[in-house]
Ligand binder design. Structure first.
Ligand SMILES: C[S@@+](CC[C@H](N)C(=O)[O-])C[C@H]1O[C@@H](n2cnc3c(N)ncnc32)[C@H](O)[C@@H]1O
Length: 266
């Protein structure tokens, strides 16, 4: 995997304070991420690390310990990205290969192979696309998620993920800056969608995730920029009942809960 970062800073976290808590064996890694995230780091023993009372001044605590990197929030809720564990369905069994809706939407049957994922998030879709045999390059702008993703891609034992390219950038500037240098067959975009029903509480990890990334209010602007690229398809993932992000959908590939809106560009 290769990592490329732009000059985004943790200003994007809207002043939610972050601290890194590491064990003695992880000081090099902790120093790297502490400089990247511009946040303080603290050496702790494993017995102290679960004592979050002493650390409640931090909105997010990043733990770098025993070859693991994960985040806890003020409520001690956990967010972890580990492609070798299956807690987030990273290893899908019984899938339908190129007949999966996401693959059809991205134009697999038309020979589309090189995909740009503008919203890597937890990496679930990117990893699935790699598993299906696509070549994927992904962009993520949340600095904490970028750190978790970077570590997960470096640590994974899955050979097919080794060629993944991850960028730390805002997709809008990425699209504006790289059009002449990079080539893709299709672009994939899955921005956050606001929850409407208060009762439909997401899983704990989803709550930490939402606090980290916010609401992606600029999604339509990103899509407009993507539609200017010389690719064959631009695909936007939406909840089934949501309105399209922009008009111009040529075909919607509908599942039970989500659909993939395909904009055919060229
Ligand atoms: C709904 S999540 C995507 C989930 C992802 N598809 C997955 O499978 O885990 C949206 C993610 O896209 C990122 N994102 C949204 N707009 C972005 C942009 N303009 N530039 C970079 N990242 C963006 C957010 O920070 C968030 O992590």
């Amino acid at each position: 995997m290769s990592l490329v970062s732009s000059d985004l800073t943790i200003a994007d976290l809207k002043n939610k304070k972050i601290g890194i808590f590491f064990d003695a064996a992880s000081s090099e890694k902790a120093t790297y991420w502490s400089e990247f995230l511009k946040c303080p780091m603290f050496l702790v023993s494993s017995s102290q690390s679960s004592d979050f009372e002493m650390t409640k001044e931090f909105f997010f605590r990043i733990y770098i310990q025993e070859n693991q990197v994960f985040v806890r929030d003020l409520e001690n809720r956990l967010l972890e990205i580990d492609f070798d564990k299956n807690h987030l369905d990273y290893q899908r069994r019984g899938h339908h290969g190129k007949k999966e809706l996401i693959a059809k939407a991205l134009g697999a049957s038309k020979g589309c192979r090189k995909i740009l994922d503008l919203s890597v998030g937890m990496g679930i879709d990117s990893v699935f696309l790699m598993q299906l045999g696509f070549q994927v390059m992904g962009v993520e702008r949340s600095p904490v998620l970028f750190a978790l993703l970077s570590e997960a891609f470096q640590k994974t034992q899955k050979e097919y993920l080794k060629s993944y390219k991850l960028f730390f950038s805002d997709s809008l500037s990425f699209l504006q800056e790289n059009q002449t240098t990079l080539e893709f067959d299709s672009i994939y975009f899955d921005p956050m969608y606001p929850h409407k029903k208060k009762s439909a509480l997401p899983k704990q990890e989803m709550m930490v995730f939402r606090d980290l990334v916010g609401s992606d209010d600029d999604a339509a602007e990103v899509l407009k920029a993507a539609l200017k690229w010389p690719v064959r398809r631009v695909v936007v993932k939406r909840p089934m009942k949501a309105e399209p992000l922009l008009p111009g959908v040529i075909h919607s590939f509908e599942g039970k809960v989500v659909r993939y809106d395909s904009y055919v560009v060229g």
